[in-house]
Design a protein around this ligand. Structure first.
Ligand code: AMP
Length: 561
């Protein structure tokens, strides 16, 4: 079956590679939800999902999401209609995810923190037909969805999770399909799945991006479920495993390393929330065996609050930034507790320290790619030449679940991939040998972004937004270190008229442009001119060093007073 090519906006894998991935079994012929159903039949009475609100067996999850799919079809939603997801870690989020996929619709994995600047652009780019929002948050996402939908070229439906009762013009996911017969719903899902080609888009993820607004990442059915399966295989997960997840589940890491990975092997997903300390009792009660800790959670994992969870945890995987040695030592005692690292990205590639990696490799590197067909190269950042073994260069990758191109972005694709289809990650890495295997160590990054507790803030995007204020003549955004979040955005700014704006004025400006709050600069440094290199480029190295120096001197001051 030929996949839908979205008027040429979907970049397909080259035929030779696609054939190779099919032959090796890296690609599946079946759509994502057929794989879930297969797993649900094999593990029907086991627990698939635990949250603070509810518990579902595989049978319950499968039947409930069949009905939601039938309910979505009854609303008039049709296969390939994109659905914007703005929801947090809740049981209903998982129901919505599988229900939407079973209806042949395409989840668009945005964040609940995104606002008009992001959602307006992305929803038009993909032609979103429905907008799923969570209710009961401090920001009224239903009102926001109404605003976005007003005059929008394609948006027609507002779906909600968590609303106590239906609000005018909206449909609660919880109500969908409750009166539809289970057998009928199953037959409908199977008929929808029969119309899906393996290379059809399953999900749109978003990239942290290196230029402008976030890029859209199309993940296809042939690879997406298998990506999770490879991840589960790396850790030998089985139906006995209980997998904890705390960071936003809609992120690619949440879907691939937690939801799909757990469900591909019949394991239990224990879904907490980014409020790690508040979620630890759920993890403890559920006796979790495996947990992924993003760098925004390094502190709580190192604190005594995590100790009760560690009673049952066997494996902890750390990801997002260099791991402090004392945290590693706490989570890897050479006996019951094993710690490893992971490097991942929504574009695909996962690099993970396998169970048999020596301790030195697990401490110092992020490991090895998870699929046998994955390929990595460390290239000179300014050319396609490999660097010498052991040297630092740009991490580039290619493989069965790493995208061959962003959606509808030909100009960006021309520089984001090498001539032979390796994705240039913008991350710096080197290979280190342990026991004859070459492990990847992340050594920094070239791309200009700030990693704020796992959420990526694109410096150029924020600079362009700042420049839209008439009081700002020039702006450069750099990362400043932050103990809790790893990094925060600091803006070096030049005032247009000599008068400096207050932080409140800058925040009001960003708010007025509808920019997600996590992207707002958290510190302003007013300068008369931006530092430049001797070839006249803005010198971010100097600004990064400058803000570190300021923070250190303030800390010294603080200690003295
Ligand atoms: P995302 O697509 O939001 O998951 O972001 C992917 C990016 O996060 C990578 O390209 C890296 O810049 C960063 N990243 C992910 N894992 C790690 C890690 N273990 N160490 C350092 N940076 C990481």
């Amino acid at each position: 079956m030929t996949p839908h090519d979205w008027d040429g906006r979907l970049v397909r894998y080259p035929a030779e590679r696609a054939a190779r991935y099919r032959a090796s079994g890296a690609w599946s012929e079946q759509p994502t939800t057929a794989r879930l159903h297969e797993s649900a039949l094999a593990h029907a009475d086991r627990i698939a999902l635990v949250t603070d609100e509810a518990t579902y067996t595989y049978r319950e999850l499968d039947e409930r999401t069949d009905r939601i799919a039938a309910g979505l079809a009854a609303l008039g939603l049709r296969p390939r209609d994109p659905v914007i997801f703005q929801v947090n870690n809740r049981g209903a989020t998982i129901l919505a995810w599988y229900g939407v996929l079973k209806a042949g619709l395409i989840p668009v994995a945005t964040l609940s923190q995104h606002r008009r600047h992001e959602i307006g652009h992305i929803s038009e780019k993909v032609g979103a037909v429905a907008h799923l929002v969570e209710t009961g948050l401090s920001f009224d996402l239903v009102g926001f969805a109404r605003e976005i939908g007003d005059g929008h070229p394609t948006l027609r439906h507002i779906l909600t999770i968590g609303a106590p009762e239906g609000q005018p013009g909206t449909v609660r996911i919880e109500d969908l399909g409750t009166r539809i017969d289970a057998v009928e719903a199953r037959a409908l899902v199977e008929s929808i799945e029969a119309g899906i080609a393996p290379e059809d888009v399953a999900v749109f993820q978003l990239s942290g991006g290196t230029t402008g607004v976030p890029k859209v990442i199309p993940r296809i059915h042939a690879e997406y479920w298998n990506n999770g399966r490879y991840y589960a295989g790396t850790f030998g997960w089985t139906e006995e495993s209980r997998i904890a997840h705390l960071i936003p589940v809609i992120h690619n890491a949440g879907i691939s390393c937690a939801l799909h990975a757990a469900h591909s092997v019949g394991a239990t997903l224990v879904l907490g929330t980014p409020d790690a300390v508040a979620s630890f009792p759920l993890l403890e009660r559920s006796g979790v065996t495996d947990v992924l800790i993003g760098h925004g959670h390094y502190q709580p994992a190192g604190s005594t609050a995590f100790d009760p969870v560690l009673k049952t945890v066997r494996r902890t995987v750390l990801s997002g930034a260099k791991v402090p040695p004392d945290l590693f030592a706490k989570l890897d005692d050479g006996d019951r507790h094993w710690a490893g690292q992971m490097f991942g990205m929504s574009e695909g590639m996962f690099i993970v320290t396998p169970l048999d990696a020596p301790e030195a490799a697990r401490r110092a590197t992020v490991g090895l790619p998870i699929a046998p067909d994955d390929e990595i190269a460390i290239l000179d950042p300014n050319s396609e030449e490999p660097v010498a073994t052991g040297e630092v260069g740009e991490l580039c990758c290619r493989g069965p679940y790493t995208i061959p191109g962003y959606f509808g972005a030909p100009e960006h694709n021309a520089t984001a991939f090498t001539a032979d289809g390796f994705y240039r990650t913008g991350d710096l890495a080197a290979l280190h040998e342990f026991d004859g295997r070459r492990y990847v160590a992340i050594e920094g990054r070239i791309k200009d972004l700030i990693n704020r507790g796992g959420e990526k803030v694109n410096a150029e995007e924020v600079e362009l937004l700042l420049l839209r204020h008439e009081g700002i003549a020039a702006a450069a955004v750099v990362a400043m270190p932050d103990e809790r979040l790893g990094e925060k955005a600091c803006a070096f700014v030049v005032a247009a008229s000599g008068a400096e704006l207050t932080m409140a004025e800058v925040q009001e400006h960003m708010d007025g442009l509808g920019v997600a709050k996590y992207k707002w600069p958290e510190r302003l440094v007013w300068v008369s001119a931006l530092p430049q290199t001797n070839v006249g480029k803005v010198n971010k190295k100097v600004m990064r060093a400058d803000i570190i120096e300021r923070l250190e001197s303030e800390a010294r001051e603080g200690e003295r007073t």
